[in-house]
Design a protein around this ligand. Sequence first.
Ligand code: NAP
Ligand code: MG
Length: 499
Amino acid sequence: MGTVTPHTSWHDRAARLRPCADALIDGELVESRSGRRFAKSSPVDGRFLASVAEGDAPDVDAAVSAARRAFEAGVWASTAPRDRRRAMLDWARAIVARREELALLVTLEVGKPIRDALSEVDYTAEVIEFYAEAIDKTYGEIAPSGQDALPLVTREPMGVVGLVIPWNFPLSMAAWKLGPALATGNSAVVKPAEQSPLSALELARLALESDIPPGVLNVVPGFGETAGAALGRHLDVDKVSFTGSSAVGKLFLSYAGESNMKAVSLECGGKSPNIVLADAPDLEAAAAAAAAAVCLNSGQMCNAGSRLLVERSIRDDFAALVAEEMKGWQPGDPLDIETRMGAVVDEIQLGRILDFIAAGVEEGAELRLGGGRALRETGGSYVEPALLTNVDNAMTIACEEIFGPVLATIDVDDPAHAVRVANDSRYGLAAAVWTRDLTRAHRVARALRAGTVYVNCYDTSDINVTFGGYGESGIGVDKSLHAMEKYTRFKTTWIDLQR
Ligand code: NAP
Ligand code: MG
């Protein structure tokens, strides 16, 4: 897709950035009803980025009303599918055209390396494009009920959907939801994470410029406990699709129960096992993937391969290889195009990561590498990747999602033991197995309780496959055409042909 303008000084551009930080309701940029704003600063170097409109229940009300009006008026839901396709394809093109500005916002908001932010923008456009293309290529059904009837099974948009987004991939997580939700004709109210409101607002502004009508896509920045909860409890929201922690995911199930029984889809956390068996086809490649699986995005990935399960016979050699690879992931300036690992999202997250590492050592794990705070002089929030060995699966660092570049290595005796340890988790988002034996690969993949299993790779994917979790990793899937199902409901229309 797009390219980087040569000789761009990301630092100069960052200094000139004046992001939009109002709420976006009914096609207008507006103050919050209370007039309150909150300060958003950057984990890159602590700089102040923007004073953001702090939405709360009245703002959510206004956004939901606007979304409802747009839905009922049919300005989006009832337009010809090909027109919706064109508008969304325009939106995807606008995202590519503004690639560098969007990437800069993401890097400054959440501290990820600019090269990863650029990839995220490209991927976001690709996701929107995928669902745009699908709009006029998905069909209903005629049930085979004999000559006397014509039973139609069709899918209808839900109406108003609330989309609650995390900060780790602020654009692509939004796109995983907005793509299928808008493609199927819904109107949406987005509540971005408090750490990443700016890129979400810019993404939505580009949608408005691309003939997606006012009111169809609204953004209410604010805090989870107020704006997020108001969306979860709203009586006129038909569906909430949430990505974030399992603890907050459970709250959304409660909100639905306390209010209008709205449908709820959840993409939550993980503690994903990456199993390396002694017959792995390429131990160097496995080690590189194991390091990337927990260092990419500073480990702030729901599917991070944070538990490394290694067959005992290769444990020492493999730990040495992984340590070498992890040394190549030292944190650096996120605005330098060469940097592989940037900051973590904020000081709170940094503190949590350091506490988890300390708990691991306290409980008897061996800290083989890193684990300290880094680049303090920048004023930003950085941590060295940490490798812990001799971890027991019952330790805190093997049970809790850390959301940082912290790898817990656990020894296993054989494939069966590996599967038992892998499945001994309340999560089940992703898993991987490395083996050259095809039958063993299939058997292990079948036995793993995880929504995605990687074989001889980690975190390799495409938009056309599902992504979702078992257990407390969630309910429902994002990605692929199946994601469109969760923003629609079935309707049967039974036409009697006897009279
Ligand atoms: P989080 O704290 O659960 O927040 C997610 C979203 O929920 C944010 O918009 C947040 O708003 C909102 N929220 C927080 N408390 C709320 C409450 N009491 N009521 C209603 N809404 C509330 O998660 P995060 O720290 O942003 O993201 C990290 C988590 O996301 C990790 O657990 C990770 O595994 C998960 N994740 C999962 C996937 C997946 O596809 N499975 C993908 C990415 C991330 P505020 O930010 O304003 O509090
Ligand atoms: Mg919060």
